[in-house]
Ligand binder design. Structure first.
Ligand SMILES: [Zn+2]
Ligand SMILES: [Zn+2]
Length: 339
């Protein structure tokens, strides 16, 4: 039996799953973001302004899907800001009509421009105002509320957040880890979270990985601090509609990248062979639960690789693939299980 880890049929749609606009502390308006991302070849943007879930369905058309979401943050206080640990989650609504914001507080937490949108936020008035505290119980509660209420929940930029194993090993239930965050990378944070992803997977957490811009700026792409068009997620869906994109997200039918392409990825359950085809790459690496990493690399022969086959077995636990091009740019597949 062949198991398609990226669907056999459908189209790839380029997505930025973490974005800030003038509705919080970003510089571009939602419409400007749509236009510039479309020009750059994107079909999907998740609007995840800080703390306010707002509808952007007016931006969705035949060529573009605007996903509605928000970014939740909780952190330490009473410390210099540069030393405070925090946890940020993006909650992306899986249904375009789902606009009730979970974990909402009617008077606290908003700052800057998102305060102007407070009255537009829809919430369940029978629920008490949600109080935040920086601990795993609160983070897990928000993840649970997000999942129960139909959101795709990502755990964002642990490197920038100064979170390490002690914190994130206690977080449960999120759908995905942000393995690349452009905004953090351009600020100089080493926001390629490979180690964190394997840490979570080796704990038995079955989560996906995404790449996103977390863009706030509006500057030329030649500016070294431009935080647009870096890490993106390639979603394979049957059509460009809100529901098809949401369902592909939920099913892990995507990969994260900052350049290289993963064209096909499938597993033959009989021969236990993992097959991948890619754009020309310096290396294709297969990482698993175990200390038995495998790699396709023909650089000694002066050649690039664009396909690989890795034979797996039960000891591998999970497997995921990294494709690195000859400039060091990477694409990351989701992990898969049941080898
Ligand atoms: Zn954040
Ligand atoms: Zn953000």
């Amino acid at each position: 039996m062949i198991r398609y880890l990226l669907p056999e049929n459908g189209n790839f749609y380029k997505a930025n799953l973490h974005c800030h606009t003038t509705c919080s502390d970003g510089r571009g308006t939602p419409a400007e973001i749509k236009e510039t991302y479309k020009e750059a070849g994107y079909s999907v943007v998740a609007y995840t302004d800080h703390d306010v879930l707002l509808p952007h369905n007016d931006l969705t058309d035949d060529t573009f899907v605007a996903l509605n979401g928000f970014e939740f943050a909780v952190g330490e206080f009473n410390k210099p800001w540069a030393l405070t640990k925090c946890c940020h989650l993006c909650l992306i609504a899986l249904d375009e009509h789902n606009l009730i914001q979970p974990a909402w507080h009617r008077t606290e937490y908003l700052y800057g421009r998102n305060k102007e949108y407070r009255d537009q936020v829809q919430f369940d008035p029978t629920k008490p105002d949600y109080l935040r505290a920086y601990n795993a119980d609160c983070v897990n509660d928000v993840i649970r509320l997000g999942k129960e209420n139909g959101f795709f929940v990502t755990y964002n930029h642990p490197t920038w957040s100064l979170e390490n194993y002690e914190q994130y090993s206690k977080y449960v239930g999120m759908d995905a880890l942000e393995i690349i965050n452009t905004g953090c990378l351009v600020e100089g944070y080493l926001e390629h979270n490979n180690a964190a992803y394997d840490d979570l997977l080796r704990q038995g957490k079955q989560i996906y990985c995404i790449a996103a811009d977390d863009n706030h700026q509006q500057c030329p792409t030649t500016d070294p601090k431009c935080d647009r068009f870096g890490g993106y997620t390639m979603i394979k869906a049957k059509e460009l509609t809100y529901s098809a994109i949401a369902s592909a997200l939920k099913n892990g039918e995507f990969y994260a990248s900052e350049g290289p392409e993963i064209k096909t990825l499938w597993y033959d359950e009989d021969t236990k062979e993992l097959h991948i085809t890619t754009s020309p790459a310096a290396r294709i690496i297969c990482t698993t639960q175990a200390r038995r990493t495998r790699m396709a690399d023909l650089s000694m022969q002066g050649k690039l690789v664009s396909e690989a086959v890795f034979t797996l077995d039960e000891l591998d636990g999970y497997a995921r693939v990294t494709v690195m091009d000859d400039h060091g740019k990477c694409a990351y597949s989701n992990a898969f299980w049941n080898l």
